[in-house]
Design a protein around this ligand. Structure first.
Ligand SMILES: Cc1cc2nc3c(=O)[nH]c(=O)nc-3n(C[C@H](O)[C@H](O)[C@H](O)COP(=O)(O)OP(=O)(O)OC[C@H]3O[C@@H](n4cnc5c(N)ncnc54)[C@H](O)[C@@H]3O)c2cc1C
Length: 421
């Protein structure tokens, strides 16, 4: 099919300052959008990446790069340079429980060059990836570009209109990718509705000081109605305090001392550190969501990452899955997009369907696993006032040679991990 020749004058031409053209317009410079931009640019596809924020600064966002992501970086020849950036490594996840230390996740049991989670500020990762993409002349990054509308003609998405400091601009593209996160505007404008499964928890994130002699990696505690995790960020601890869904207003009313008490009961050896959180402004509430769109595409449009499926924080796999979507999309679409670019033809929807087909099952499987953990482990812990003790059968199961390493493998790679072609 011949692509409709982009017209200089669109319906809102009065308001639009200029119209630019590209082959793929990606909305959102998070991990999914940035990696897709790099991969397509590397394959010779013209790409414009639009990011609403003026920079990549993210506080309390996912800062975890799982083994699958590091292997993707390795396949691109970038792992060595990425690991030169400041980071910490978490090789296992041990919970102190009423019946002693319990290690459900241990990456040394997984066959990989990178048997750890790399903890690196998302800002550094995104700057690194977009810096790499910027080496290709066919890659364009526009910061402070807030996408407001889709450009649609005859039911086909042909690009977007975005606002920036100096007014409204239009980008025309063969393919528009919504990589604009959990509250995706592109998804809403396209009328694609996610199906929600709201899990029974919310997470409060805050920073605690680190001191000499503190352990590294990940620290976790369950019990007495709460769950806490602490991630070693070199200069500080990133602490997550899990509370039953919707109970933050109640906790707030009880006062910050209530958070101090709950946290100190759970991790007594850090009781003095929690005193550093003096104001609720120092904490950020993550309303936990889990959802998936029944359809991730339409003519001229594709959703990836959180825009297509919001992941629960169990296992911290959101970034991992957004990047794997990007790799799968680039594998499937690079060739057809180059054909569209050279011959000015539309992209056949079957290629977009193929991306969803490649990624939907792995996403649904990990979401099932997360729901299981939430309902069987987290929800009962949040309801109980007793210290947490993992059931004996689970302890024994996790010691078994192959079955026992399954949770670690699932968190590290998921099902059917994507490889860069
Ligand atoms: C508090 C918190 C903690 C988390 N912790 C972890 C963790 O430890 N590990 C983990 O793997 N995941 C974690 N996640 C989830 C993880 O951050 C996401 O799953 C992941 O970032 C999804 O990547 P993405 O590229 O799909 O979307 P996002 O990272 O959400 O990126 C979307 C981008 O789109 C931009 N954007 C949005 N709207 C527009 C628009 N209209 N125009 C232009 N740009 C737009 C946004 O500014 C953003 O940069 C956490 C999430 C939260 C909220």
């Amino acid at each position: 099919m011949q692509a409709a020749r982009p017209q200089e004058a669109s319906q809102t031409a009065g308001a639009v300052r200029d119209v630019s053209r590209t082959t793929c317009c990606i909305v959102g410079g998070g991990p999914g959008g940035a990696v897709l931009g790099l991969l397509l640019a590397r394959a010779g596809v013209d790409v414009t990446l639009l990011e609403a924020h003026p920079d990549f600064d993210r506080e309390f966002r996912g800062d975890t790069l799982h083994p699958s992501v590091m292997e993707i970086m390795d396949q691109l020849g970038l792992a060595g340079r990425l690991l030169e950036l400041r980071h910490t490594e978490a090789r296992s996840f041990t919970l102190q429980t009423a019946s002693g230390p319990f290690t459900p996740i241990d990456f040394s049991r997984v066959k990989t060059k990178f048997p750890y989670i790399t903890l690196m500020p998302q800002t550094s990762f995104l700057q690194f990836i977009t810096g790499e993409a910027g080496r290709y002349p066919n890659f364009r990054l526009v910061m402070e570009a807030r996408v407001r509308e889709l450009v649609e003609e005859g039911g086909v998405v042909r690009g977007v209109r975005y606002e920036s400091e100096d007014g409204t601009h239009e980008v025309r593209a063969v393919l528009t990718v919504g990589a604009d996160g959990r509250g995706s505007r592109v998804r809403r404008l396209a009328g694609l509705e996610p199906a929600k499964t709201s899990p029974p928890m919310d997470v409060l994130w805050f920073k605690l000081p680190r001191e000499e002699g503190d352990p590294g990696g990940l620290v976790g505690r369950f019990g007495r109605g709460h769950v806490a995790v602490m991630l070693d960020r070199q200069d500080y601890w990133q602490a997550g305090y899990v509370i039953p869904k919707g109970t933050f207003p109640e906790l707030r009313r009880e006062g910050i001392e209530s958070l101090h008490r709950g946290f100190a009961e759970l991790i007594p050896e850090y009781a003095d550190r929690i005193e550093h959180v003096r104001d609720w402004k120092q904490a950020s509430l993550l309303s936990v969501e889990s959802s998936i769109c029944p359809r991730w595409y339409g003519p001229g449009l594709l959703l990836i990452g959180d825009a297509a499926h919001v992941m629960s924080p169990v296992g911290g796999v959101g970034i991992n899955y957004a990047i794997q979507d990007a790799v799968a999309a680039a594998n499937v679409l690079s060739g057809p997009l180059k054909v569209s670019q050279e011959r000015l033809v539309d992209l056949d929807v079957k290629h977009l369907r193929a991306v969803q087909r490649r990624r939907e099952l792995p996403t649904r499987v990990i979401q099932r696993f997360q729901t299981l953990i939430q309902h069987r482990v987290l929800a009962p812990t949040l309801r109980s006032n007793e210290p947490f003790a993992p059931p004996l059968f689970l302890r024994l199961l996790l010691r078994a040679p192959i079955v026992g390493s399954l949770p670690s493998r699932l968190i590290a790679f998921g099902l059917w991990p994507a490889r860069v072609r």
